[in-house]
Design a protein around this ligand. Structure first.
Ligand SMILES: Nc1ncnc2c1ncn2[C@@H]1O[C@H](COP(=O)(O)OP(=O)(O)OP(=O)(O)O)[C@@H](O)[C@H]1O
Ligand SMILES: [Mg+2]
Length: 402
């Protein structure tokens, strides 16, 4: 089954030695939409809590062996974020005070109404979610600070790179003009030897120009991002943007996979072209990086089509290693990376999401470990008509051979 990035339901630990009550408590947990994880005593509950994180716990106060309150004390140090509700038949004010003093979120007397327990558990879950949300917001604030500094840094680096780059490109222009006249001035008796050497020089210069122009394009994209402007929105044909991104990613794809383009009719979208190109470039580079360089038959497939509501849809899929289910929820977070230090910043997908959402679009992912990954993008159409009346095309291009 494919895993999709949606928030997983919270788990609630149920600890009770009475089988019937355990089943009832588990039933109430299910009614709140959470997942019950049951234990018949504190010892097995400890083992479970060592492996899983729980949003809440329903703990019987009186159990043979370690008591519910002792277990509560341990749980508070192990999982301080877990909201514990103590359930007991032997309740009195003192034991309630003791439970609350030990950090219980709530205290409930048996026999209890199922509705009452459900209500209390919902409150405990709600408080857990609010605390999670607050912690997430705080982390985002710290990250947005880091991103702002990164933006400044990127703008500075681009500025520094652009000056020598302009010098390199203008010198290449001069060489382009100079070489033909040099070739013409070669004496006929040297034409064979010198002519061949000049040809090799010209080929090398073409490669240098290609590299320098790629650096210039990357610098322009980084500058557009660092400036964080969404000016320059125009009607964009996604086919052109995808083709441009594939061209830029060629060096990453070349020895890993063949590219299959499946372009159906797709509406034009109102967006900033370089920024959309950056989205596709990040997705294609990620796809290539997920494919091992083992000479296997791998594929990166790019698709474009019109969605059921007329929206523009795009997909980049690969036959790479796939994504671990526990990573799915974190992919779009800034600085989340599984790549070795120095190889990935973990900003690629975060940037993709920010750009797509700035154009009122959405991005989703599905993946199967060992089989591959698909990133899907939807963008609102600018016009209902298709970009061009071209027939649907399915074209396989062996990039390595091109
Ligand atoms: N196509 C894919 N297949 C498998 N894993 C992927 C794929 N795309 C993204 N990932 C996972 O998502 C993580 C985050 O991706 P993201 O593009 O944000 O950062 P990165 O690629 O690690 O770093 P950077 O983009 O800065 O080079 C990656 O480290 C990788 O674990
Ligand atoms: Mg990336």
């Amino acid at each position: 089954m494919r895993t999709a990035a949606s928030p997983a339901p919270e788990s609630v630990l149920v600890v009770d030695d009475e089988p019937a009550l355990r089943a009832l408590l588990a039933f109430v947990v299910q009614r709140t939409g959470a997942v019950p994880v049951v234990a018949a005593d504190a010892a097995s509950a400890r083992q479970l809590a060592a492996r899983h994180t729980f949003a809440c716990a329903l703990i019987d106060k009186n159990m043979p062996g370690e008591s519910g309150l002792e277990f509560l004390k341990w749980l508070r140090t192990e999982q301080p974020g877990c909201n514990a509700v103590i359930v007991t038949a032997y309740g009195n004010v003192d034991s309630a005070v003791e439970a609350l003093r030990l950090g219980a979120f709530d205290y409930l007397l048996k026999p209890f109404e199922v509705d009452a327990l459900e209500h209390r558990l919902k409150l405990a879950l709600e408080q857990y979610r609010m605390r999670q949300e607050r912690e997430h917001m705080q982390a985002m604030l710290v990250q947005s600070d880091r991103l702002a500094s990164l933006g400044l840094l990127a703008a500075g680096v681009v500025h520094e790179v652009n000056t020598p780059l302009a010098y390199i490109l203008s010198n290449l222009d001069w060489l382009d003009e100079e070489l033909p006249s040099l070739r013409r001035s070669v004496a006929p008796q040297e034409a064979l030897t010198l002519g061949k050497r000049l040809e090799a020089v010209e080929t090398t210069l073409r490669d240098i120009r290609e590299g320098a122009e790629r650096v210039r394009d990357i610098a322009r994209d980084v500058k557009a991002f660092a400036r964080d402007s969404d000016d320059g929105s125009i009607l964009v044909d996604l086919r052109e943007v995808l083709d441009a991104a594939l061209k830029m990613a060629l060096v990453h794809i070349r020895y890993r996979a063949r590219v299959v383009r499946d372009y159906q009719e797709v509406p034009l979208v109102l967006a900033n072209e370089p920024r959309l190109a950056q989205v596709f470039l990040n997705l294609v580079v990620n796809a290539a990086q997920a494919i091992p360089e083992d000479g296997g038959e791998h594929e990166i497939r790019v698709r474009l089509w019109t969605g059921p509501k007329g929206e523009a849809c795009a997909e980049v899929s690969d036959t790479g290693m796939g994504i671990a289910p526990e990573h799915m929820a974190h992919l779009f977070e800034p600085f989340f990376t599984t790549k070795p230090r120095g190889e990935g910043t973990g900003l690629g997908l975060f940037i993709c999401k920010s750009i797509v959402e700035a154009f009122d679009g959405a991005i989703t992912v599905s993946s199967l470990r060992g089989e591959g990954t698909s990133f899907r993008l939807t963008l609102p159409p600018h016009v209902r008509e298709s970009a061009a009346p071209a027939a649907a095309s399915l074209e396989a291009v062996a990039i390595a051979a091109s």
